[in-house]
Ligand binder design. Structure first.
Ligand SMILES: [Zn+2]
Length: 277
């Protein structure tokens, strides 16, 4: 007979992060040996989180097995990176960003608007639909063309070398832009104007064309008005910690809500919370 230790606690659920699934934001919690648990984050709901130590690596998505590779490493308690060095080195999305990965999937090139003067060019696997655009908090976007990774990546670089768009934008700039009413309204016109000049410069010649349509994500984010000029920002976590927030909008991986005691807006980069049990 085998004795079992009744005092052994199962491993805790850990926040893996905020992800967009089928056009809706969800918190995902994971636990070794179990399927990821998605939790709804609709505007109007109240989020109550209790965070404790130690902060653990969130692992990485195993695309071949279609499930999360669970990792037991603990990680730095501060910062926005919730992967250990080993998982980060093997994460497909990060390899792709470093040009250290290729595959034979079809990729889509996009132009994304985050506010006046904040236009980004990027690429995403076509099968992901608008998931990548939602994840980044793009307020509006247009798809420029499709093709194999090498051709799409070359077009991305060529466009980033013009003054139409950049390849990277800091999150702080994206958040600040949300206080500007024009960020919510002017994207479609700006992108519709930029698209023909990019095409006419021959920068999309190697890609399969996509119909010129501009899409807005503001409704999906729950953004009916700009962020107030005065707001608080979560800068870090000191465990044990609690967070209570009435959700007003979810922009990419940023949660915007009202603090119940003061009603002041609080902006939370949810990557700071990932990895905490
Ligand atoms: Zn890890």
């Amino acid at each position: 007979m085998t004795a079992t230790n009744a005092n052994t606690e199962p491993p805790a659920w850990r926040i893996t992060g905020l992800f967009w699934d089928q056009g809706r934001p969800r918190w995902v919690a994971s636990r070794p040996g179990q399927a990821d648990r998605p939790l709804e984050l609709a505007p109007g709901t109240t989020v109550r989180l209790g965070l404790s130590a130690p902060r653990g690596c969130v692992g990485r998505w195993d695309t071949e097995r279609g499930r999360r590779h669970v990792c037991a490493s603990t990680i730095d308690a501060s910062g926005t990176d919730a992967q250990c060095a080993d998982c980060a080195a093997r994460d497909r999305g990060r390899l792709l960003a470093r040009d250290a990965y290729t595959d034979d999937r079809t990729y889509t090139l996009y132009l994304a608007w985050f506010g006046p003067g904040l236009v980004k060019v990027g690429l995403t696997a076509a099968e992901r639909g608008r998931g990548r655009l939602l994840e980044q908090g793009a307020l509006a976007y247009t798809l420029l063309g499709r093709g194999p990774l090498s051709a799409v990546r070359a077009a991305e670089r060529a466009i980033a070398a013009t003054d139409h768009a950049v390849e990277r934008l800091l999150l702080t700039r994206k958040i600040t832009a949300l206080t500007n009413p024009q960020a919510l309204t002017d994207g479609p016109t700006a992108l519709a104007g930029a698209r023909p000049s990019i095409a006419n410069a021959g920068l999309l010649d190697l890609l399969d064309p996509i119909e010129a349509t501009v899409h807005s994500n503001t409704h999906a984010f729950g953004l009916s008005e700009p962020l107030p000029q005065t707001y608080d920002t979560l800068t870090g976590v000191q465990v044990p910690a609690g967070l209570v927030l009435r959700v007003e909008a979810v922009v990419g991986r940023v949660l915007i809500g009202a603090q119940p005691d003061t009603d002041r807006p609080l902006v939370v980069d949810t990557r700071l919370l990932a990895g905490y049990p």
